[in-house]
Design a binder for this molecule. Structure first.
Ligand SMILES: Nc1nc2c(ncn2[C@@H]2O[C@H](COP(=O)(O)OP(=O)(O)OP(=O)(O)O)[C@@H](O)[C@H]2O)c(=O)[nH]1
Ligand SMILES: [Mg+2]
Length: 334
């Protein structure tokens, strides 16, 4: 009943347009946490500091103040605003710790409405703002929904050139000894998956950003779960046996598509009203042209998630059970 009550209250706020969910994303180290900390800090001190001249209601003197309020979604970790502020204020100052999962913070912003029904109904209104921090790497998984395990494996092997090929050597060596047609051995699969994950981390260390599956490098709450233990593999026969290692990899890949990728789009992505995508261009530029072009490719993949109209994948994804997940086109700022 509590949950239903909360959902009805959220819906009411939304229908009066007094609740907005703003997601901030971007690839690792793009500046998401620093940006959110700064945004929240500016809003919280808006009544005593005049630091937001571009915000219309602040400029017009209609912004009364903002405060933090408990978030309604209790299943999502709280954005560590206090920790980030403490780090920025420490001596010597430090940047906030890297974050690995989704988190959110809710602010209640009180203001004087300029026009419309709200102004007639009351002198002040409250806008609830949820700000959500989540890794852009998770958006790199969208194309996986359209690829079978065989197609995805082929794509991964086809991309092994340059830096990727160098980073992949230790993984390819252990993969060499893997017989996908033999009976499935969870321990062996876990070890080779680990080598594959280390390959993806090595790519990131060398400045590459297009890593799939994105959750392997940013697992969040799924760290260590078997659904993150698979790797690209070529079958040696057309019909691998049911209990074979290959069949297990394929099953886990399909589980990843349904339980991880689709679930993220339905539980989180579909609830955002606005999305801000941050991009750090300087690091890839300094890492060389391969890293820069790789980031370009990664961003192109990420942007596909925002093109609902043109994306068959997303239309199909949200069409099923669409009464629950109403599809709103979020405004996007990069
Ligand atoms: N000069 C400058 N550097 C910044 C700014 N924001 C972030 N940085 C740098 O970028 C790094 C990453 O910032 P974060 O806010 O932690 O980035 P993030 O996207 O949350 O990173 P992850 O949590 O690892 O994904 C920081 O440690 C700083 O070195 C900024 O406004 N100015
Ligand atoms: Mg962060």
């Amino acid at each position: 009943m509590n949950r239903i009550g909360q959902e009805v209250s959220d819906l009411l706020h939304r229908s009066l347009d007094s609740h907005v969910r703003i997601a901030v994303t971007g690839l690792s180290r793009a500046g998401k946490t620093a940006f959110i900390t700064s945004l929240v800090n500016q809003l919280l001190h808006t009544s005593t500091h005049d630091n937001l001249p571009l915000l219309e209601c602040a400029r017009d003197g209609r912004l009364i103040g903002a405060k933090r309020v408990p978030q309604s979604n209790l299943m999502v970790p709280r954005f560590a605003y206090d920790d980030a502020m403490a780090q920025l204020h420490s001596a010597p100052p430090e940047w906030p710790q890297p974050t690995r999962d989704v988190s959110e913070i809710r602010l209640a912003v009180k203001y004087k409405p300029a026009k419309g029904a709200k102004r007639l109904l009351s002198k002040t209104s409250t806008l609830f703002i949820d700000v959500i921090d989540y890794p852009g790497e998770w958006l790199l998984d969208l194309p996986l929904l359209d690829l079978t395990f065989e197609e995805w494996s082929e794509l991964q092997f086809a991309n092994l050139s340059g830096i990727r090929s160098e980073c992949a050597q230790p993984w390819l060596e252990v993969l060499d000894s893997f017989d996908g047609m033999a009976e499935a051995n969870e321990k062996v699969i876990a070890e080779i998956s680990q080598a594959f994950t280390e390959y993806l981390f090595a790519c990131k260390d060398r400045g590459l950003h297009w890593v799939q599956p994105g959750r392997f490098v940013l697992p969040g709450e799924l760290a260590g779960a078997p659904v993150l233990q698979f790797f690209p593999c070529k079958p040696s026969t057309d019909k691998p046996e049911k209990g074979s290692g290959y069949a297990m990899l394929k099953r886990r890949y399909e589980e990843y598509q349904t339980k991880v990728v689709k679930q993220f789009y339905k539980e989180h992505f579909a609830t955002f009203d606005r999305q801000i995508v941050l991009v750090d261009c300087l690091q890839p530029l300094m890492a060389g042209d391969e890293a820069f072009n790789d980031m370009k490719q990664a961003l192109q993949q990420i942007m596909k998630s925002f093109r609902y109209g043109q994306s068959n994948l997303l239309r199909r994804l949200f069409a099923r059970g669409s009464t629950k997940y109403c599809l709103r086109q979020p405004k996007l700022t990069t």
